[in-house]
Design a protein around this ligand. Structure first.
Ligand code: 9MG
Length: 287
């Protein structure tokens, strides 16, 4: 991998200068760096920029090939934060990480202003759980030449788990993502820079989430990379019990990779990396 290279699982971002995704052999690991007081499972640990960057460096050592920095929790029921608060949380971390490492940095945000400031501070990618639907978001992504993750969510984090409903969850999520990819392409963003994500846990029941993972190969037909984040989520706790969150996260991630996922967004980088090495060894034996 080149010094400035980004790897995204079956995808490689050739350099932070080009930010082009092209086929690669092994799935990429996106390490989660939440700089919020209230995120899914690791909230509050990394509010200090120096500690946050130390944690990012540890994840890089363990095998992360992208770091996803987020300053607004998107867990069910989470309240939105102001633009200023979000900027104050993420920008010092991105600047510090950029000055320490050439790792590709993703900014997890829904706000165009935060996307632009993060790009200025050194971010390479936007991870947007609302799929660049905010006014001005497509324009920022295009103008800054960033890679993008478009995620599906039904509703918004505050109420999304109240009563998720679909007639056909796979078809509806696919249709939404197809339309968002088309909107990006129409805005001038090359397909090579786009990944899609079915949004495991975002306005979905346990049954919806399991079905989406089982049918993940349908999403590869969109012709762009597929990213998924299942790490430590409640569907896994509800299926196995909280004591088995790690095991469930690893099994679910590997089943997603078997079905074509190229990027895994995870908390447990070392364990995911080992699981992928085993997966790749078995696949290599079949060659
Ligand atoms: C920010 N965030 C939390 N969970 C996520 C998931 O599953 N996918 C993406 N792209 N982002 C997520």
């Amino acid at each position: 991998m080149a010094l400035l290279g980004i790897q995204l699982a079956n995808i490689e971002v050739l350099s932070t200068a080009h930010r082009v995704l092209a086929p690669l052999v092994e799935p990429a690991i996106m390490g989660i760096l939440n700089v919020t007081p209230d995120s899914f499972s690791d909230g509050g640990q990394y509010v200090d920029p120096a500690e946050a960057v130390d944690h990012a460096l540890k994840m890089i050592e363990e095998g992360a090939t992208i770091i996803d920095v987020g300053g607004e929790s998107t867990r069910p029921g989470a309240a939105p934060v102001s633009e200023l608060e979000e900027l104050n949380r993420v920008i010092p971390v991105i600047k510090r990480l950029r000055s320490t490492s050439s790792i590709p940095i993703s900014i997890d945000t829904q706000k165009p202003m935060v996307m632009a400031a993060a790009a200025q501070a050194g971010a390479d990618m936007i991870n947007d759980v609302s799929a660049l639907t905010a006014p001005g978001a497509l324009q920022v992504a295009h103008e800054r030449g960033l890679a993008i993750c478009l995620m599906h969510m039904q509703g918004s984090p505050v109420h999304m788990q109240d009563e998720p409903r679909y007639e056909d969850v796979v078809r509806e999520v696919l249709d939404f993502l197809k339309a968002r990819v088309a909107a990006c392409v129409d805005a001038g963003i090359p397909r090579e820079r786009i990944c899609v994500d079915p949004g495991f846990g975002f306005g979905k029941t346990v049954a919806h989430n399991l079905k989406l993972v089982n049918d993940l190969s349908s999403f590869c037909a969109l012709g762009v990379a597929v990213l998924i984040g299942v790490s430590r989520k409640s569907t896994i706790a509800k299926t196995l019990g909280k004591q088995h969150l790690l095991t469930g996260s690893l099994v679910t991630a590997l089943m997603a990779v078997e079905r074509g996922a190229s990027v895994l967004r995870v908390h447990d980088v070392a364990e995911t990396s080992a699981a992928l090495t085993m997966w790749a060894a078995i696949r290599g034996a079949a060659l």
